[in-house]
Design a protein. Structure first.
Length: 559
């Protein structure tokens, strides 16, 4: 029999198709995205969001947004708000179906009482450590709790007193009464409720006991009449418990389906570890553009379309694998290539004086906004006697395959003229600070009437018209392809993950940016950082570098 996930991009859709054919759910598809509000969402959650909402959309179904807020110690309203913003930004709508686990606390408590009354749950006095020790191993059965045979009446009394706050944290728990010799350790009398004297962000101090995730998860799905409860693969071993709870209570029973979570190289996918990066100030908050959080990716310049396309293209399987982060970067390049206007920006400026260009004069040259978008039009770029070019576009003693500017060399200025370097000016320390060049006025637009060719084409900005900007060049946050393999992933942080350039020069069209994202020609795609930018203070973040498109352009003799 073929492995279903091997011959289908989305094996879950095949399950839905089979269910619809059999009429299993009355041709309904109702999914849910159930985040815990204990941190900001990351790219792995984005894949789950796209999957759950995408399946609902594709099958004319519904998808709920539900917060599994069962641990008040780690949950905050800030996280709730950020998650809502992220899901909306990705382009999905839960309509009026925004739910919280805390909406159901009374119902969950009532179902726990039912389980006790049926003799399927008991109050246990063992400590957490003792419970873990008594659970046994994969080879050895567990040991039954000495409190396992309490009567339903005694358990009901103790459970009520737990709810009323009569006991301290950890003094008692409510456990399911299943089988301490079960081959699946999750079925060895798991904890259903623990005592936790903590204020909840929604219910305040009403509750002194809080449900465990395995108990809450299935009941929430049942209450909301979910059809396909889609989880990541680590919950596969928990599915028998999910089924046992719902079967014992004889309530509506959705189908749990597991898929492999998204793993990216050079990336941490643990909210706990990401929170440590934030708390210890290794990054500048959850939305730091180096973070794999959705808010960080958004600030980095990623678009909703690029993330949705990436999530679709990596597919849904049951096999764990590590995806190359280049695939995420390529998804962004493909999207921005079609929509991002082109502009000329010099990141690390070197002054150029065109000695044979009239002093005090300037002219407007025509530049293409986006060759990939026929409707993008053109713009005028000012040209004058004094310009800025990139420091890296000049070498005094260039190697053989260096085709840019050098003493006596001629290059093309993008959209402008051919120029030749005649003189190099240094400061008192010997550093090159200025070039004196001449231009050929017959090469306006970037081509020579005599047919001569140049191999180098560089971008430039008129110094008298330039707009100042701060530009951040981001690299990968971790040095290792698999940071989780290291004993201390903090020691694996890339010290060069953010390079800040404070003297960059932009063409004047960026003085009042009309778009958020641009392609800085030859340098990559950059986004205006709305958080740090202000009037007269432009800050751009590099979203992603270019591929070899510029090299291909030059090879083809582009202007």
């Amino acid at each position: 029999m073929k492995d279903i996930q091997q011959d289908s991009v989305n094996f879950i859709q095949k399950i839905i198709d089979e269910d619809n054919s059999s009429g299993k759910w009355g041709n309904r598809v109702h999914t849910r995205f159930p985040p815990e509000p204990n941190g900001y969402l990351h790219i792995g959650h984005a894949k789950s969001i796209c999957l759950n909402f995408g399946l609902a959309d594709k099958n004319n179904g519904k998808c709920n947004l539900r917060f599994d807020d069962t641990n008040p110690v780690k949950e905050e309203e800030e996280y709730v708000n950020s998650i809502i913003e992220d899901v909306k930004w990705l382009g999905f709508d839960w309509e009026d179906r925004l739910f919280y686990a805390s909406d159901y606390f009374d119902q969950m408590y009532a179902q726990a009482v039912t389980l006790i009354e049926r003799g399927n749950a008991y109050v246990c006095n063992l400590s957490g450590d003792d419970i873990r020790t008594s659970r046994g191993t994969l080879k050895e059965p567990g040991t039954e709790s000495p409190f396992r045979e309490r009567s339903p009446e005694e358990n009901l009394n103790l459970f009520s007193r737990m709810k009323n706050g009569e006991f301290a944290n950890g003094e008692k728990v409510l456990r399911a009464k299943i089988d301490m010799a079960h081959p699946n350790l999750n079925m060895r009398d798991p904890v259903i409720y623990r005592i936790l004297h903590a204020s909840h962000h929604r219910s305040g101090d009403k509750w002194c006991i809080y449900p465990m995730y395995d108990w809450a998860h299935g009941l929430e799905d049942s209450f909301e009449k979910i059809t396909h409860s889609i989880c990541t693969l680590e919950f596969e071993d928990h599915r028998p418990l999910y089924d046992w709870y719902l079967d014992q209570l004889n309530v509506y029973h959705p189908q749990q389906i597991e898929f492999a979570r998204l793993n990216l190289n050079f990336t941490i996918m643990s909210k706990r570890k990401l929170k440590k990066l934030v708390d210890e100030n290794h990054v500048d908050g959850w939305d730091d553009p180096r973070m794999p959080t959705i808010s960080g990716l958004r600030r980095r310049g990623y678009t909703p379309e690029s993330i949705r396309n990436f999530s679709e293209n990596v597919g849904i399987t049951k096999r764990e694998s590590i995806i190359d982060v280049i695939r995420l970067e390529n998804a962004l390049r493909d999207d921005l290539n079609k929509r991002a206007p082109r502009v000329m920006v010099v990141l690390d400026p070197l002054k150029v004086v065109i000695t044979n260009y009239p002093e005090g004069e300037s002219e407007l040259l025509e530049a293409i906004n986006n060759p990939e978008d026929s409707d993008a039009g053109k713009r005028d770029v000012p040209f004058s006697r004094e310009l800025f070019i990139e420091q890296s576009d000049f070498m005094e003693d260039p190697p053989r395959k260096f085709f840019r500017l050098g003493p006596g060399r001629e290059v093309r200025l993008r959209y402008a003229y051919f120029i030749t370097c005649n003189e190099v000016i240094r400061n008192e320390n010997g550093k090159v600070v200025e070039l004196h060049c001449t231009y050929d006025p017959k090469t306006k637009g970037g081509s020579a009437p005599d047919g001569r060719k140049v191999k180098g084409t560089i971008q430039w900005v008129s110094s008298h018209h330039a707009v100042d900007a701060i530009v951040r060049l981001y690299d990968r946050l971790f040095l290792s392809e698999n940071p989780d393999e290291k004993d201390d992933y903090i020691q694996n942080l890339n010290p060069e993950s953010c390079k800040i350039l404070t003297k960059s020069k932009c063409e004047p069209s960026l003085k009042t940016p009309k778009k958020l994202t641009y392609q800085f020609e030859r340098n990559g795609y950059f986004v205006l950082d709305e958080k740090d930018s202000s009037d007269g203070n432009l800050v751009f973040n590099r979203a992603v570098s270019l591929r070899d498109s510029w090299a291909k352009f030059i090879k083809q003799g582009g202007k």
